[in-house]
Design a binder for this molecule. Structure first.
Ligand code: OXD
Length: 309
């Protein structure tokens, strides 16, 4: 009975330490490992696994993402879709995401982007600031992260509106369902993307969407780079329909050194650091899911992989 960690771009050793400190009876291996037999692997914890590899373990009972997102699993065309899959949900992850979004939203609300550009030109030009209570943040995606951010941003005094596939109810937040996208967009000053990346949401941040926002709205993307049509974003920034974009996620990460985003004065880049999973915080959840999967019980934060989120 082995819990196998398959991660092509995360260091596995802190995960092994954290999992072992929760339950040292669990046998843990790190892929690739020559001394673990494929038939002994019953649970996999993974991030950006090689496509098709999850079919190589005949006794596999459960799979957990090493993060909140599961798009790295869904994009595997050879995924054993009938197995049980879980994502990670953790209060520290949710809080960190809210903190990042609030920092970026306040940056735009306090016109820091204008002052940053003025400074580059040694220009002294106060800008009339829009009050927090007159600034509408629109959150696309009202899952665990989006819901919490919506409530907390509303508690800070922002006007908050939310859009999700199905209608959600959140106190103090005006919510919209999928067909009301245009109505939602027409009211937003700062748009936050927290959607899962699925076949339906791929490229959703495109020219048509940007054109539906009020002039000079800002974008904060903390979901996935695949949500953005990059050329449409650059055009919207160039023609002034978008005022600025704060981007934490990119189609190719790390963002290639010659990418145009680096030199665009209207784009803020952070290196996929809005909310980083802490192995110590999530280890109890993973160990619990390991035991649940092995005994055929539903896992915590289990996802319907066929729904893609
Ligand atoms: C995640 C991420 O999905 O880090 O957790 O993007």
């Amino acid at each position: 009975m082995t819990l196998l960690i398959i991660s092509s771009d995360k260091d596995s050793s802190p995960w092994v330490d954290a999992l072992t400190s929760v339950d040292d009876s669990v046998e843990i291996s790190i892929w690739p490992c020559s001394d673990t037999r494929a038939e002994d692997v019953e649970f996999v914890l993974c991030w950006n696994h090689p496509r098709g590899i999850l079919r190589k373990f005949p006794q596999l009972r459960g799979i957990s993402s090493m993060g909140a997102g599961i798009d790295h699993l869904v994009s595997d065309p050879d995924l054993p879709v009938d197995l049980a899959f879980a994502r990670l949900v953790d209060p520290s992850l949710t809080q960190a995401m809210f903190e990042y979004i609030s920092a970026a939203a306040l940056y735009y609300q306090a016109d820091m982007d204008s002052y940053r550009r003025q400074q580059d030109r040694r220009q002294w030009q106060p800008v009339a600031r829009r009050a927090l209570s007159q600034t509408t943040i629109g959150i696309m995606g009202l899952g665990a992260l989006g819901h919490y951010a919506a409530v907390e941003l509303s508690n800070m005094g922002f006007r908050v509106e939310g859009w999700s596939r199905t209608q959600k109810r959140i106190d103090g937040v005006t919510t919209y369902a999928e067909p009301q996208l245009k109505e939602f967009l027409s009211r937003v000053d700062i748009l936050v993307c927290l959607l899962p990346l699925t076949t339906k949401t791929q490229g959703i941040l495109n020219a048509e969407l940007f054109a539906s926002l009020p002039p000079r709205a800002c974008l904060i993307n903390v979901a996935r780079g695949g949500h953005i049509v990059e050329s449409d974003l650059l055009n919207a920034l160039a023609n002034g329909s978008l005022r600025g974009a704060c981007l934490d996620v990119f189609q190719h990460e790390p963002l290639p050194r010659d990418h145009q985003f680096w030199v665009n004065e209207r784009i803020i880049i952070t290196p996929h650091s809005s909310s980083v999973t802490d192995p110590v915080a999530v280890a109890p959840q993973i160990i619990e899911n390991y035991h649940r999967a092995l005994s055929g019980r539903k896992m915590l934060n289990q996802v319907d992989i066929k729904r893609e989120y």
